[in-house]
Design a binder for this molecule. Sequence first.
Ligand code: MUC
Ligand code: MG
Length: 369
Amino acid sequence: MIQHIETFLLDVPTIRPHKLSVATMNTQTLVLVRIRCADGVTGWGEATTIGGLNYGEESPDSIKVNIDTHIAPLMIGMDASQPARVMAKVRKTIQGNRFAKCALETALLDAQARRLNLPLSELLGGRVRDALPVAWTLASGDTAKDIAEAEHMLDIRRHRIFKLKIGLHSVDDDVAHVLAIKRALGSRASVRVDVNQAWTESEAVRGIAMLEDGGIDLVEQPVKARNIGALARLKRRFDVAIMADEALHGPEDAMALAHADAADVYAVKITQSGGLLPALEVATVARLAGIDLYGGTMLEGGIGTAATAHVCATFPALAWDTELFGPLLLTQEVLREPLVYRDFMLQVPTGPGLGVDIDTDKLHALRRK
Ligand code: MUC
Ligand code: MG
């Protein structure tokens, strides 16, 4: 039986300012959920987002208050060993709130997998890989600093895929920044960009032409999320891969984008999808429509990152790898044992459930009072 559901906001400074077109992050607010069950099993979930309300329509504060006030009371007393039945009730009763639903589903599945003594990936159908290549985002706002950071990541064999955040400056300035980094790294790295919806269609046509010429491998969400027509026209016009990110709010969007032939790649995010099982549905739609996959992040800490890793480990194909570096952007760890990054890959945890444990002393030290 589900006995107790608690939510926590943790404010964790980032290792450097992280500059996106929609926000500059100096801290990340982790939203964690703990579900305690009557059989003594505990499950954890995460609903972290980026930049308050700058990126999505749920903020850390709204996620917490909506879980505490509206969603948790529906779940208390239900059978914790039937996560699908609990989530069916939540999805039927609660509109929207994808991030909140994701955290709750993660916690239920973590608890259930611990109960069954299985890694979460096995409850989701079974893993086909034990490690995931991980991209790093260069977003210091300074070209020379970004190049030095990339060189360091290559030296320590942590990342050889770099995603550059653009869209804050003019198209010409942004392209010059990206191509300077690509020239410095050459064939030693895959360089990709994320525009976070900042370009108009005509800016995108101009910008992508130059990026494609300069050897950039992928362009993520160049135009507004709702402008599926523009995304489809860009996909048709260019050879460089076009990835949908903000346009993808779960399986229905995955279907609509597939019908519109609007993207070469989907960034699968558990939070944006509204949970782990909807994220698997997004991946299935992509597979059936011949769309490639990428494991995306909302810059979550260890819990959300581990949950996404278990999901991605089950994908039969993962052509564009992942960006599951969230914990590495934070100055402080909330897990008892940090996730293992080695040889450009994140190792998918092998213990029961998510395979990670929260350090409750660290949790209380970072917790917003
Ligand atoms: C996004 O839009 O993809 C992922 C990596 C990063 O630096 O920001 C996020 C959000
Ligand atoms: Mg993105």
